[in-house]
Ligand binder design. Structure first.
Ligand code: TYD
Ligand code: MG
Length: 455
């Protein structure tokens, strides 16, 4: 007979306790314990060593040379480190409506040589068909299953024997072993654990789609992120069509890769040359615009930073920023005020990164300061100049990493000048570069330099 017991789970880290606790002793979060009922079939408790595998010598284990499964689309393959590793479990998280289901279905439809089972607990098969029609291309090797019970899913997996499984989403699955509702900590933990076992035993990769919480983290216990092999985050601004797929954890590749997509009427399109779309075409010079040669992960691209500085109408000047850290902007404004004598305390400052992109690269500082100065003085920065440098509290311009890639990208995009820190060593520059490199050590000098080039 099945035994039912009540346990309490921490919704943040998945820790288990027989009684309610105000503060989780494992992750120190307050008020995260929830009550759940679990029923385990009698006799299901496993004893370590009673069954299963025997220890093996490393030298005796056959190294799996199973080739990675190449998916259609170079961005997705690159993020995974060169294709899907057989038996791996991949978790994709992202805000609702950002395009997770579209991405997963597109991967399945565009790779007809791989037999795929797309399990959806969120949409009906008709809805998925509608989406598939929008994406276009149905090569007849993608099966849809609208089901949430894990036991029935396992049965279908054994019958159909797909080569790739997609689960949309892990929060909708439930297993009969546990009495709590789908989406609860114990259900997510158990379902993910079973799918993980399936993946490892059958060498079939499993792609899980996960919801995220209000705070932006993946919903469900942290253990979910620990047990999967790859964690990807799909992010972007709903008002813009650009989406970034970022790797947060990857057991088989680097986590510094990003993929750029554009959401279109017929699915997601890969963006091969991001710089081209992130720089607006200005026919004449306008003030308040500066181009930053930035790097996200290991990928260099050029992005336009726009600033507007105007006199504050009300007593309190406003500072507002889209895509750039507001506190960092305040710091840069304070540095400008203190070190370069610009009176910005009584002015409103608005900052915007083009394309709805979020920028965290410190090398963007120099472009931000240049855009603010340009708007404040109403003098445009020369259109063929871009920037890469971090600004320190004493107003010094500090060297940044991956300079060669930044210069390479700027050159490729036809820029004639790039402003960098004067503290870069000579050999940091790529050999035989054609672009004119302007070195600058302090922001006081930047002002002179900007409006000599920009005037
Ligand atoms: P969806 O994949 O349902 O998001 P998620 O699974 O992350 O919740 O994406 C839905 C959005 O994408 C929706 O607003 C419509 C838009 N969309 C397009 O713009 N073009 C398309 O071809 C498709 C399929 C969706
Ligand atoms: Mg969805």
């Amino acid at each position: 007979m099945a035994k039912t017991k009540t346990v309490f789970f921490c919704t943040s880290c998945g820790a288990e306790s027989p009684k309610w606790l105000g503060r989780c002793p494992s992750c120190n979060e307050w008020n995260t314990y929830t009550e759940e009922k679990i029923s385990r079939p009698a006799g299901s408790r496993s004893h370590p060593g009673s069954h299963g595998r025997m220890p093996e010598l490393v030298s005796d284990i056959k190294s799996g040379d199973e080739p990675r499964i190449k998916l259609h689309g170079s961005e997705f393959n690159r993020i995974l480190g060169g294709g899907l590793v057989p038996g791996s479990v991949i978790l994709i998280g992202g805000e609702p409506g950002i395009g997770k289901s579209t991405l997963a279905l597109q991967v399945a439809l565009h790779t007809p040589e791989v037999k795929t089972l797309y399990i959806s607990g969120e949409e009906s098969s008709r809805q998925i068909k509608l989406r598939a029609d929008r994406i276009g291309r149905d090569d007849g090797n993608c099966y849809i299953l609208c089901e949430t019970g894990l036991e029935s899913i396992t049965g279908h997996l054994n019958n159909l024997k797909p080569r790739l499984v997609i689960v949309d989403s892990i929060q909708t699955l439930h297993t009969d072993h546990i009495d709590s509702p789908a989406g609860s900590v114990s259900q997510i933990r158990e379902s993910a654990g079973q799918l993980l076992r399936y993946a490892k035993e059958s060498s079939v990769p499993v792609l899980l789609i996960g919801h995220i919480t209000k705070e932006g983290g993946l919903a469900g216990p942290k253990v979910l992120e620990h047990i999967v092999d790859v964690v990807l985050q799909f992010e972007g601004d709903h008002n813009h069509q650009y989406r970034v797929l970022r790797s947060l954890k990857n057991r088989f590749g680097s986590t510094s890769e990003i993929g750029l997509y554009e959401m279109q009427g017929d699915g997601l399109r890969e963006v091969d040359n991001p710089s081209e779309i992130l720089i607006a075409d200005h026919h004449e010079s306008v003030s308040g615009v500066a181009i930053s040669a930035m790097v996200d992960g290991i990928r260099p691209f050029l992005v336009e930073i726009q600033a507007l500085v105007s006199s504050a109408v009300y007593g309190n000047p406003q500072r507002s920023s889209t895509g750039f850290d507001l506190r960092r902007l305040s710091m840069l404004l304070a540095v400008l005020e203190k070190r370069a004598g610009f009176r910005l305390a009584s002015k409103d400052v608005f900052l915007n990164v083009a394309g709805g992109l979020k920028v965290t690269d410190p090398a963007t500082d120099l472009a931000v300061i240049s855009a603010v100065l340009s708007s404040d003085t109403d003098l445009p920065v020369a259109q063929d100049t871009c920037f890469a440098g971090e600004v320190g509290l004493s107003g010094e311009i500090r060297p940044v990493g991956r300079l060669q890639q930044r210069i390479g990208e700027a050159q490729k995009m036809g820029f004639k000048n790039i402003v960098i820190s004067s503290f870069h060593k000579k050999d940091a520059l790529p050999e035989g570069h054609k672009i004119n490199v302007i070195r600058c050590g302090k922001i006081e000098h930047l002002c002179r330099l900007l409006f000599k080039t920009g005037g």
